[in-house]
Design a protein around this ligand. Structure first.
Ligand code: PXG
Length: 290
């Protein structure tokens, strides 16, 4: 079946899924996006992703021409037409067409919705844990660009950090904030296990408030695990009992080593394994069918 793409209200083939060379997303990275997973014919955390997208648009003052409810129907219809069972939905919005950075004349946002496949990390990495390195590229401070907005422009820094991680063959790159506190990985949030508690940086550390992060925090609390949102440094990472990352692409993935220091035993720990299993179980039951 040919893959259809939603572009500004129309369903077009992949070859015809094009936007203007004058688009503000193309010219300035002036937009936002969401990446969502589909498991067994159900869209996982669709409403949470759309809420975050519409909050990003609101803060960026990009006035979307369709409501959240209408976009939900567009997405479900696209998944149905594209015969998605397990896959990935990529929504990109931009301010629209206009040359020159002044946004005042730009009235028609661009909306593109793609469905595709999205691989997990290789299965052995979930069994053995990832090797992670700290990157020199810091997360953009909120004074410059609020990291809670999933803006396309912010990812220039994350891609630079990912290049650093790739250069040394690491599975992911850890990013600090301007003050040197641990923020997040290039495409995932970070968790530690310390003395039986789950520890993760607060939003003001300069992170994206990940949907997977929130889901894992809820699962942990449901299992009677205390969750603490606090600032911490690399010292706390190196001396943690366990460490794992969360994200739509990676789900919950254990971290074995950070900057060549073994974390805990160097193998996925008990709490990580428990949360990894609880998360996978949830993806099999929850979601919006289409
Ligand atoms: N931090 C950053 C910087 C991210 O980019 C997360 C945390 C985890 O958030 P979620 O809501 O996914 O739990 C992300 C997620 C893509 C793509 O298209 C990027 C993400 C997720 C899915 C696809 O590259 N980023």
């Amino acid at each position: 079946m040919s893959q259809l793409v939603y572009v500004n209200g129309e369903l077009v083939t992949k070859a015809n899924a094009v936007v203007s060379a004058f688009d503000h997303g193309m010219l300035y990275g002036d937009g936002a996006f969401e990446g969502i997973r589909v498991y067994a014919g159900k869209v996982f955390k669709l409403r949470e992703h759309l809420t975050r997208l519409y909050m990003s648009a609101h803060v960026l003052m990009i006035n979307l021409p369709i409501t959240k409810e209408e976009m939900e129907q567009v997405i479900l219809d696209l998944c149905r037409k594209n015969g998605v069972t397990d896959g990935y939905i990529r929504i990109t919005i931009t301010r629209g067409v206009g040359l020159g950075l002044d946004p005042r004349g730009i009235k028609h946002p661009t909306i593109v919705i793609i469905t595709d496949k999205l691989a997990l990390y290789p299965e052995e990495m979930y069994k053995e844990g990832l090797k992670v390195v700290t990157c020199s590229t810091r997360v953009t401070p909120a004074q410059s660009l609020e990291p809670r907005i999933k803006s396309t422009g912010k990812y220039v820094a994350n891609i630079q950090a990912k290049i650093e991680a790739n250069r040394v063959g690491a599975g992911e790159g850890l990013m600090l904030n301007a003050q040197g506190y641990v923020a997040e990985a290039t495409g995932d949030n970070v968790f530690l296990v310390k003395n039986g508690k789950l520890v993760t940086p607060p939003p003001y550390a300069g992170i994206l408030e990940g949907i997977t992060r929130n889901t894992v925090m809820d699962l942990a609390r449901g299992l009677g695990i205390e969750v603490v949102e606090t600032l911490f440094t690399l010292y706390d990472v190196y001396t943690a009992d366990e460490c794992f990352l969360t994200g739509t692409a990676a789900e919950v993935i254990p971290v074995a080593k950070v900057d060549d220091r073994s974390i805990g035993t160097g193998c996925p720990g008990a709490m990580t394994t428990r949360l990894m299993e609880a998360f996978r179980a949830l993806t099999r039951t929850e979601g919006v069918p289409f």
